[in-house]
Ligand binder design. Structure first.
Ligand code: XIL
Length: 448
């Protein structure tokens, strides 16, 4: 499947190959001394222009002329534009905007300059690609944000393309409940209000997560009963505050321990018992019976044991009518997991009559740390993987669809760089907010 897509892309690549042959022949002649003048090679002028797939305003111009050895040559990327020396190897040029541009190669030949020109059409991919949210009405398209990102440039894209909002970290317990009895909803309110003002669904993430538990909770000095009361108060306070506004909550996040697939021995489990999960879901259900409640975890597409452990948690919650959906965190890469593996979490979710959230999508292109910049080949592989993920999601029955959430906007903003300690480009927009090929892959999956 990957290969087929790759071939399709290569076929559709805008390759403007032009060959204009200018042959200037110098006749051999005898000079005054009777010696023979060397016969110069005929000059055959030709060049090739390739529009980049990754950045559609960028072209590569490759001088393929023959017979010009030792002669100076230069490019002009616009009509009568500045002269750019033709160095050995291909030349790159970035245009500011869409348009038709006359590209000229000039060779300074002994008999006078010779030139070859060709028009190239470049199209700003920003203009080419319609908004993601307009490409489907059967599920929401989500983005994770920080309150500091609700500025103009992020906001333009958020409003244009997305209709589901998740706080990347500011609706977690360590931020909303920094010390006992003192809630801080400053950032959470800013994000929720922004979403409401812009007609977005808001996904609450996440009430209980061992990684975002404040120290005072880990070191709670009261009895177990007081601990449970405190958690009930916390969940009730937060969910009530946003009742009717936050459509859905990840109540418990990542409860399963890697490798053993047992319940993590978090402070919540230690203080409230093995059934702490259903207690937390019950508190949330009581506070807002209309909110959709999700269980969210990672690696549950391919890790069969972890997937089974997830379904065990979920089946217990289902028996108590405390769960509405499963969030599969899609922290994936261009090679892995496979479509079949991804389909397995869909099948288990749908067969249980639950909603499927493809949460936290990012697609690493550099899992083996062999890149120092995003190559065109990897950008295309990422486009193909994103297309595959969205196609799988889109094929879910409508009743089980919910949202597909991307975990960050620009590549430079991804949490993965800190997490893995190596470069990567896992998101849909580059550092200057331009949609990447991955963005196009998302749209292609919905283009039917
Ligand atoms: C990450 C955020 O991206 C970071 O900004 C934050 O500092 C730590 O958490 N699984 C989850 C997300 O459920 O909440 C995590 O998000 C990424 C892994």
């Amino acid at each position: 499947m990957l290969n087929l897509h790759a071939m399709k892309n290569i076929k559709s690549a805008k390759i403007i190959h032009l060959t204009l042959v200018l042959i200037i022949t110098f006749f051999s002649c005898a000079n005054d001394e009777g010696s023979i003048t060397k016969i110069p090679e005929p000059i055959v002028l030709s060049f090739e222009l390739v529009v980049s797939q990754q950045n559609t305003l960028r072209i590569t111009a490759n001088n393929t002329s023959t017979g010009i050895n030792g002669l100076n040559s230069y490019w002009q990327f616009t009509e009568n534009g500045p002269k750019v020396t033709d160095e050995a190897g291909p030349e790159m040029h970035l245009y500011d905007a869409s348009g038709d541009y006359l590209v000229t190669l000039t060779v300074e030949a002994p008999e006078g300059d010779i030139q070859l020109s060709k028009t190239v059409t470049v199209t700003d991919s920003n203009e080419m690609q319609p908004p993601l949210k307009d490409a489907t009405n059967s599920f929401s398209v989500g983005m994770a944000v920080k309150s500091s990102q609700l500025n103009t440039q992020h906001s333009d894209i958020l409003i244009r393309e997305f209709n589901n909002l998740t706080a990347e970290f500011e609706m977690k317990m360590n931020i909303m409940y920094p010390s006992q009895g003192n809630y801080d909803f400053t950032a959470a309110d800013a994000i929720v209000n922004y979403g409401v003002d812009n007609n977005m669904n808001i996904h609450g993430h996440t009430l209980i997560w061992h990684t975002a538990t404040p120290e005072w909770v880990n070191n709670f000095s009261g009895t177990d009963e007081e601990f449970e009361d405190m958690i009930e108060d916390y969940i009730t306070t937060v969910v009530t505050r946003y009742a009717g506004v936050v459509r859905s909550w990840d109540v418990v996040n990542e409860a399963i321990e890697d490798n053993t697939n047992n319940l993590r021995n978090s402070v919540f489990r230690q203080r409230m018992g093995d059934d702490y999960i259903s207690k937390c879901y019950q508190f949330a259900r009581n506070a807002d019976p209309n909110a959709l409640l999700f269980y969210n975890d990672y690696n549950i597409t391919f890790d069969v044991g972890k997937q089974e452990a997830t379904f065990a948690i979920v089946d217990d919650l289902r028996s108590k009518n405390l769960i509405d959906g499963i969030g599969a965190q899609m922290h994936i890469d261009i090679f892995f997991p496979s479509a079949t593996q991804i389909q397995s979490i869909i099948d288990g979710t749908v067969s249980r009559g639950l909603k499927m959230h493809f949460a936290e999508l990012d697609v690493r292109v550099n899992p083996n740390n062999d890149l120092t910049f995003l190559t065109e080949a990897r950008a295309i592989a990422q486009q193909n993987k994103v297309r595959e993920v969205v196609e799988l999601y889109n094929a879910i029955p409508d009743a089980n669809k919910f949202a597909l959430t991307v975990w960050g906007m620009r590549d430079s903003e991804t949490w993965l760089i800190d997490f893995w300690g190596q470069p990567d480009w896992p998101l849909l927009y580059d550092d200057i907010f331009k949609p990447k090929l991955a963005h196009k892959g998302f749209l292609e999956a919905l283009d039917n």
